[in-house]
Write a protein that binds this ligand. Sequence first.
Ligand SMILES: NC(=O)c1ccc[n+]([C@@H]2O[C@H](COP(=O)([O-])OP(=O)(O)OC[C@H]3O[C@@H](n4cnc5c(N)ncnc54)[C@H](O)[C@@H]3O)[C@@H](O)[C@H]2O)c1
Ligand SMILES: O=C(O)[C@H](O)COP(=O)(O)O
Length: 529
Amino acid sequence: MKILVADKVSPKGVEYLRQQPGLSVIEAYGSSPEQVLELVRDVHAIIVRSETKITAEVIAAAPLLKVVGRAGVGVDNVDVEAATDRGIIVMNTPSGNTIATAELTFTHILCGARPVPQAAASMREGRWDRKNFSGGELFRKTLGVVGLGRIGGEVAKRAQAFGMRTIAYDPYLAPSRAKAMQVEGVSLDELLARSDYITVHMPLTEATHHMIDEAALAKCKRGVRLFNCARGGIIKEAALIAGLQSGQVAAAGLDVFEDEPLAKDSPLRSLPGVTLTPHLGASTAEAQESVGIEVAEQIADVLQGGVIRNAVNMPSLDAAALKILGPYMELGQSLGALVQQLGPKQIASLNITYWGRVVDLDANAITRAIQRGFLRQISGETINYVNAPVALKRLGVQSKVLKSTDEVDYTELISVEAVAPDGSSAAAKGTLVGKTGKSRVVEINNREVEVEAVGKLLIIENHDQPGMIGYVGSLLGRDGVNIANMSLSRMEPGQTALMVINLDSEPSAATRAELKGNPAIKLAKFVQI
Ligand SMILES: NC(=O)c1ccc[n+]([C@@H]2O[C@H](COP(=O)([O-])OP(=O)(O)OC[C@H]3O[C@@H](n4cnc5c(N)ncnc54)[C@H](O)[C@@H]3O)[C@@H](O)[C@H]2O)c1
Ligand SMILES: O=C(O)[C@H](O)COP(=O)(O)O
């Protein structure tokens, strides 16, 4: 299998891939978009940093592509939606460059307090100027961290060591996490009003784009100092330039820009009080070695059928998580496949409920396994854990997932229900049994059963009358179909009964037609799970 290394990563990572049996590597740095389209035609994996753009067009030109690996954090140069649609895993290496970027951010903060780059430049020019380069102290100043994730947290720690007060705005962070970092969680408006220094550390999203604009700057103290080593566009450049020109902003330190490379004539290049670096956050020997080796190992694992780590478009499962979740995923896939074959063809919603021990697990992977099982007959082999949720959405099917704390008869129970637009439905419940966690179907359409949730099943709803079991048994026998296990269920004698039979082989079309033609049989469905 072929791996394209499209941006320069650590040679140690490339060497690791070359040593893997069955994997070959092409290194092609600085290619034009047209060259990239050519290069990806027969590759199974692509490794990038932030330079090469993996657009929908590139993805469409790569029919064999299984995985895109980003040696770094931000995946905004990858069209994750287009990759997800095709079932392609997109993975990053989220923590390898955290320290490098936190340290660069802090370097910018220090340069925002003391004009070291400007003073150093004047020394190069042969001057000795002690008047124009005085600064301020970080001690007892307030640093506002917007986005208290990996990098934001490390920056806050360093600021505390300098005696700064640290406050943060991060709407997704549990207050206990901020408290553990001794950072005061505040609203964005409060952060803007109280901070002497503001540093942003979030991804660029619709919500964060131009988050620091003219209106936000107007809420800041006069002489605020701003830093962005996250993504260009979080701070609106036009507003920052105006703020620097008016004196509302005293200093700024930027590593990232709305358009990279930054235009040669950008006013940011010449404004005093501004320190710029050309997207160097992750550019340390240590960070590059770490992300280069990590991405190589992750890619090799995926291509060799191993665990998927750090995928941004599906839950990542390491070996330990897979050991726990694997049996539930198998059960979920079977229940999904069973309900799809049993129920209405067109459905409006797929409802999943978890009870018991399974409620405490990260159910995301189990949910995807159910969705994948459900779609297997509809979409075939192109469905995987990555694209199952979007494929369901595209079919107009709503996915509802509920974790219930109600008491049930089982230590763990999963229910899958497919509901048609007219309200008709099919449902199955399953659990795990024994030490090895074997999948069992314990309920079909609200009737208790007990069958193995694997292989070939014949599901029959019939009028509860004498001779039905014998009739079905001898019909299958005449067809040469062996019965492995049978489960019977009925509500009231003489009403409708349910037979679920594990078969060793598939009944012939003639046998199925005969079953369906029997007036005592309401439903006869052969299901493969
Ligand atoms: N300059 C560089 O070379 C460089 C290097 C590494 C990372 N980065 C960038 O730095 C940023 C942070 O990386 P990280 O590893 O710390 O990521 P992270 O995921 O650990 O942290 C991001 C934090 O932002 C928070 N957040 C998300 N939306 C928010 C919003 N609307 N308002 C406030 N907070 C919000 C999240 O809750 C999270 O805590 C990313 O954009 C990444 O691409 C840049
Ligand atoms: O998101 C990241 O990891 C940084 O922006 C680093 O980008 P780079 O790998 O191109 O230096």
